[in-house]
Write a new protein. Structure first.
Length: 122
């Protein structure tokens, strides 16, 4: 016995609805990637400013230590945008000089700071 041929032949491929769903999923993934990339770029900028502050403080302390017995003094510098460095040299009795270098960051993140303290023998 013969069967009747199907009224509509089977087609291979995707329907329009399936293509639209796939495009929406792809767009959402692409937007998530773009948002992550923007965060990474911002964090890289924050990191480079903080690195500049640390390098400046280390350089200042090393320079004052190289002098041997620096005179009491103080000063400020701004080694990078959003980075403020304040340093001071104070008498520390017979021990020599106390060198304090503090770096403050105001770069959109919660404010952060670090302080380098050392004593230079005279």
């Amino acid at each position: 016995m013969r069967t009747a041929p199907p009224r509509f032949p089977a087609r291979s491929g995707f329907t329009l609805v399936e293509l639209l769903v796939a495009l929406v999923v792809f767009d959402v993934a692409l937007l998530a990637f773009a948002a992550d990339a923007a965060v990474l770029v911002r964090l890289q900028g924050v990191s480079s400013r903080r690195e500049a502050g640390v390098a400046s403080a280390e350089s200042r302390v090393a320079g004052l230590r190289a002098v041997g017995c620096p005179s009491p003094a103080a000063g400020d510098s701004w080694p990078a945008p959003g980075v403020h460095e304040h340093w001071s040299v104070q008498a520390a009795g017979n021990a020599g000089r106390r060198v304090v270098d503090s770096v403050h960051f105001s770069d959109g993140q919660p404010p952060a700071a670090f302080v380098l303290r050392t004593t230079v023998a005279c």
